[in-house]
Design a protein around this ligand. Structure first.
Ligand code: NAP
Length: 301
């Protein structure tokens, strides 16, 4: 494949790790985002281009796709606000990107979604992710859909938020904290995409990527509290109370908690059988436990 790989969302948590892996592997990359910038590690001679693009704007997407060999959609929207709806980004824009990529004769498209997508979910976010997958496949039948579990890594949102919680005198749990998750290292997900952008066309079209350990939410909290040497009582909080808190927080410009997050915290986030895995891509996933020091560091938060 000649031409750069366009990484839509190439400045984000996953996207920036992917850009690094692609450049490291000698692949030319186009970082496509609303405010793209060169990574700090970039050196003169690295095959890196920037494209200013709003995935909702067809003209800017067409320009960002010009001459590329492959496309990755790692654009996210986790919280809706005025003028920014899940359906716009995760369904309409994702489908449009797939249509334009197919129309431009681009061979490879990897669309990042998430484990647990469901068109019947009570969560507007989860529904939009499911409808987005369908929209992408309708436009680009050979697109690869990649569903990671919750991702961790250096400077992530997940572990840092839990680490901040351990500063409280008691740690509130979602329900009894029994929901099972399969946290996956962001580097493993980036490497999976790198493999999927290799010369051989991928054999599978759907992957669910989880780490080596399936952990209950309460066990992840305990791991982090022990690492921070701040062992605290864990206090179960019923889900209806979390829903009430999310409702009260909803008028805030950046709510610390949303209804969608509460719904997702009640749902298992574990890779299903019968879909592609990291192992199918010859990637041995990194464990959360072993990587806590690299991800949290002693004085990070
Ligand atoms: N993080 C996780 O634990 C996790 C778990 C499962 C699945 N995922 C999925 O993985 C993907 C990447 O997530 P992430 O956590 O890496 O996201 P992120 O850190 O929030 O990054 C989002 C990226 O999208 C770009 N972006 C946002 N709106 C855009 C728009 N309208 N047009 C063009 N670019 C836009 C942002 O750059 P600008 O703001 O400059 O445009 C940024 O580069 C998402 O699909 C997410 O749902 C994430």
């Amino acid at each position: 494949m000649s031409g750069p790989i366009a990484v839509f969302g190439g400045t984000g948590f996953l996207g920036s790790m992917l850009v690094h892996e692609l450049v490291d592997a000698g692949r030319p990359v186009r970082i496509a985002a609303r405010k793209p910038s060169l990574p700090e590690w970039a050196e003169p001679g690295d095959k890196l281009e920037l494209a200013s693009v709003d995935i909702r704007d067809e003209t800017s997407v067409v320009n960002a796709l010009s001459g590329v060999a492959g496309v990755v959609n790692a654009v996210s929207l986790y919280v809706e606000s005025r003028g920014k709806r899940f359906a716009d980004i995760h369904v309409e824009a994702a489908g449009r990107l797939a249509r334009l990529a197919h129309g431009a004769g681009i061979e490879r498209l990897v669309h990042i979604s998430g484990i647990g997508v469901d068109v019947r979910s009570r969560s507007a976010y989860v529904r939009a992710r499911a409808e987005g997958e369908l929209a992408v496949i309708a436009e680009f039948s050979k697109a690869v859909i990649l569903r990671p579990s919750v991702m961790f890594g250096p400077d992530d949102a997940f572990l840092s938020a839990l680490s901040r919680l351990t500063r409280l005198p008691v740690i509130p749990l979602f329900g009894r904290g029994e929901t099972r998750l399969q946290p996956v290292h962001v580097l493993d997900v980036a490497r999976a995409i790198l493999r999927l952008m290799g010369n051989a066309p991928p054999e599978r079209r759907l992957f669910e990527l989880g780490g080596p350990d399936i952990l209950r939410y309460r066990d992840i909290v305990k791991l982090i509290a022990a690492y921070r040497e701040r062992e605290r009582p864990l206090v179960p909080i019923p889900f209806p109370l979390w829903h009430l808190m999310a409702l009260l927080a909803s008028p805030l410009p950046n709510p610390p908690l949303t209804r969608d997050q509460v719904i997702m915290m009640a749902q298992e986030n574990v890779a299903n059988e019968g879909v592609g895995t990291l192992q199918d891509l010859d990637i041995l996933p990194r464990s959360l436990r072993d990587n806590l020091p690299m991800c949290l560091g002693p004085d990070r938060d």
